[in-house]
Design a protein around this ligand. Sequence first.
Ligand code: WT7
Length: 648
Amino acid sequence: MSGVNITSVLQETRKFPPAKEFSATAHVKSEAEYDELWWKAKDDPTGFWGSMSQNLDWFEPFDTVLEGEMPNTKWFVGGRLNASYNCVDRHLKTWRKNKAAIIWEGEPGDTRVLTYQDLHRETCKFANVLKSLGVQSGDRVTIYMPLVPEIIVAMLACARIGAVHSIIFGGFSADAVAERNNDAQAKVVITADGGWRRGKEVELKHAVDESLEKSHTVQQVVVLRRTGTPITMVPGRDHWWHDLMAEASPECEPASLDSEHPLFILYTSGSTGKPKGVLHTTAGYTLGTMMTSKWVFDLNDTDTYWCTADVGWITGHSYVCYGPLANGATVMMYEGAPNWPHDGRFWEIIEKYKVTIFYTAPTAIRSFIRWGDEWPNKHDLTSLRLLGSVGEPINPEAWMWYHKVIGGERCPIVDTWWQTETGSIMISPLPGATTTKPGSCTRPLPGVVPDIVTKEGESLPDNAGGLLVMRQPWPSMLRTLYNDHERFLKTYFSEIPGCYFAGDGARRDEDGCYWVMGRVDDVLNVSGHRLSTMEVESALVSHPLVAEAAVVGFPHEIKGEGICCFVSLTTGEGDDALKQQLKDHVRKQIGALASPDMIRFSNALPKTRSGKIMRRLLRDIAAGRERVQDTTTLEDYGVLAKLRASEE
Ligand code: WT7
C-alpha cells in the first residue's frame, strides 16, 4: 500500500464562520452545541444512539443498542421496523400528508409532483406487484431505471416487503448488469424502456435483454414506459409497469423487519476486478441517513432540497431517497444532463422551483466553471440558502467559485466526506455551527470518531498526512460484502489493527479539521465515481488485439481524474482507428463513464521483477511529469523511454 506519509501541498488559510442569521434558526446553532453533541456521542455512544433512535418509528422496541465490536456489530438488536414506513407512512398522520415529497422534472421538460400520500399509494401498489411476481422477504431485486419518481417507488416497495434492492446505475452496460445480477442472484429486474440523457435515449430495456442472456436467476422483468421507444417484450417474462399497477391494491401492510434485516446491496468498484456488493441494513442505515440529513443539510419543512446525484449511486440512495424522506422533506429530482438543452439547465431549475438546498459534486462544479458565469448569472438564485459538495476533494478555487457565483457569498458550503461503505455522511461542516475552510470537509459528525494513523495504526500528530480510519463503529456502516464476508474483513479491517480503513489519505489540522487527499490505492475517481483500474484493464484485455493493459488516472480539469490506458498489442502497431475501437470497447463493457480519455500503445509495460505493473511510474508519464520516482525495482529501464514516446 502506497500513500503513507503523504505530504500535503495544499496551503489554504481562508476561513468562513457561519452567518448569525443562519445559525439563529439552524438545528445545531453553534460550535459549542456541536462540541457538546460530539463529546456526548464519543463518551457514551450507546446512550447517544439510543436516544437518537427515538427519531425513528419502531414496531417493536430494541433490547440492546450495540452488540459486538467492529467489524461484526449489530445495532438496535431485537427491534423491528420498516424503512418505507419511516420514509412515508408516518408522515400521513401529520399535516405532511399532502406535502410534496417529490418534485420531478424530466429532461424533455415534463414535470410531476408526488405528495407523501401519492408516494404511499404508489409504493403500496408496487409492493403488491412485487408480491404478485413471487418476490419474498430477503429476495434480491435489481433496479435499472432512469431518474424518474418510479425509481423511488421501486426502492420503497422493496423495503416495504423486506426485499433487498440492488440498484445498477443506468450508465452501466449490459455486461455490468449481468455480472451484478449473477452475484446478487436477483429474481426480478425493474427497468424502463429507456431514459433521456442529453436529448438521446439511453436504451435500458435493450441492455436488460442482452444481460439476461448471461444471467439466469432473473425470472421476471417489469418495464416502465418512459420514452415510448419500441422494445421487445418477452411473453411470460416481461410485464409493463402500468399493466401490473392497474390491477394492484393500494393497501399493503409494511413488513415488520428486524433492525439488521438487509435493506439493499450496492455494488461499488474495488481494486480488483470484481465489484463489491456493499450491504446495508434497515435500522442503522435509516437512522444514519435521517440524522445526517437533518444535521448537515439543516432540513426544514419549508425547504426545497435538491441533491443532483443519480439514485444509482450511494449519494442518491442516502440523500435523494432515505435520508430526506425520513425527515418528511420535499425532494427535487431532475432526470437529465446539466447541459441540456443549454449549459444553464440547473440554474433554470433552481429559479423555477425556488430550490433552497443544492448538493452536487466537484466534477459538476468544474464543468459549470468552464461553461461560464453567464449561465448562472442569467437566473435568480437567491432562493438558495445552503450548498453541498460530495464525491472527491473539492479544490479551493472551485469552492470559492461555488461560494461566490452560486451561493452569492451568502450560503454556507458543506463539503461532505463519506463513502458507499459508510452509508451516511461522516465528516462535514454543520452549517450553523462550523467555520468552513475551502478544501476541507472540516470535522466529524456526532458519533463519528476518525483518526489519522500510520500503517501500524499509530495516531499521527496534527498536519501529518496519513491514513484516515474510524476508531468506533457507527449505525449506518456496511455490515458485509454480499456473499464475501472474507473480502469484507480483509478490505476494511485487516490493514489497520482495530480500525475501519477504506483507503483514503488525509491530514487533520490544528483546528481539528480534516483535509482528505484522495485514495491511496489504485482506484480511479472519475467525475466523482469510483472506478477500478482493474475493471478497465480487464475490459481492454478482453479485446482480441490487446495483450496487456495498465490503467492509471491523470489530473483532468473537468473529471478530476481522467483515464489513461497503456496498451500492448498482440500483433502489429496501433493507430487512431484502433484507439477509437478500444474506447468503444470499454464503453460497451463497462459503460460510458469508464470511456478512456487517452490510449497509448507500447510494446512493453514497466514491471517489477515479480511481474507487477508499476503504476506509479505510469501515473507520472500520463501526467506528463519528467521526474520519475524510485525505479530500482524496474525490470527493464528501456521501457520508460518508449512509453514517453507513445503520446496520444
Ligand atoms: C470516496 C468514496 C460518498 C458519495 C460519493 C462517492 C471520495 C467522497 C469526498 C469529499 C474528499 C471525498 C473519497 C472516498 N470522497 N467525498 N467530500 N472530500 N474526498 O462514494 O464511490 O463510495 O467513493 O470518494 O476518496 O473514499 P464512493
